[in-house]
Write a new protein. Structure first.
Length: 276
């Protein structure tokens, strides 16, 4: 009896299994969804999508980041180029401003000393190796220049003609401490004039030096110094500078005056050569 019941149970289970499988395949054949299979497939696909998409998303983000970096680099280079262009323009404008100021001061000198012959020239060469010693201008003997003529720039005396040929001239600057041409000068005081010789340049104090004074009178700091024609042959009253300090000695006649130059020697673009 028990064996009979067991057999019946096996048959029932078998029938149910066949029925379930039949239903499963029938549903699949008719295009329906099988919940258990569908869920499993969906989960598998979702997992695979996540596994594949994350590296793809990462690479996509890195690509965007690199594109941003490239764009930022290009923009940076463009900004640098623009900045360099602006700096060059500012430098050129500053140079033109200084040149115009130099020309204006030379014109004022020419108008102030209308009784003197003033010959205009442009600086053609000024080497960094001899910046404080000399410069070259673009006229020479053909323009009537001769050695030792005074040269004015930026409103005051800056040097003398040292050597020249037909079309160019070397100007020895007052800031040339190694080779200085003595120039007679005058210090105008309230009661009298004191004469001396402009004889050197002190590189430590950036001052011109006057000695061989003809008087022992007191000379105030700030007194104006101009060229003198006392010895003859030198155009007079060309501005030189102002007394900055006085180096005393046992005799006031042996004093040395330290003079702050009126002219700016840093930027000399154009000059006036002074005739008689």
């Amino acid at each position: 009896m028990n064996r009979y019941k067991k057999s019946r149970l096996v048959v029932v289970i078998s029938i149910l299994s066949v029925f379930s499988l039949s239903l499963l395949f029938l549903t699949a054949y008719q295009g329906g969804e099988i919940p258990i299979v569908s869920d499993g497939v969906r989960q598998s696909i979702a997992f695979l999508d996540e596994v594949v998409s994350k590296p793809t998303q990462f690479l996509s983000k890195q690509k965007d980041y690199l594109n941003d970096l490239v764009a930022a680099y290009k923009e940076n280079q463009e900004l640098k180029s623009t900045l360099a262009s602006l700096e060059n323009s500012i430098s050129e404008m500053e140079s033109l401003k200084n040149e115009n100021e130099s020309l204006r001061q030379n014109l004022e000198i020419k108008e102030a000393y209308a009784d003197k012959q003033m010959i205009s020239a442009l600086v053609s060469v000024r080497s960094p190796n001899s910046w404080n010693q000399e410069l070259v201008i673009d006229i020479g003997k053909d323009a009537g220049l001769t050695e030792n003529m005074l040269v004015v720039a930026n409103g005051a005396l800056v040097g003398t003609i040292d050597s020249l040929d037909a079309y160019s001239t070397t100007v020895k600057l007052l800031t040339n401490s190694d080779d200085f041409s003595n120039i007679p000068v005058k210090i105008s005081l309230e009661m009298t004039d004191v004469y001396g010789i402009l004889s050197g340049y002190d590189t430590d104090s950036h001052s011109l030096i006057i000695n061989q004074l003809n008087s022992d009178v007191e000379i105030p700091v700030g007194s104006s110094v101009v060229t003198s024609d006392l010895a003859g042959g030198t155009p007079s009253n060309i501005p030189v500078g102002k007394v900055a300090s006085i180096k005393s000695s046992s005799s006031n006649l042996n004093r040395e005056l330290y003079i702050t130059p009126t002219a700016n020697f840093s930027n000399i673009y154009a000059v006036m050569v002074v005739g008689q």
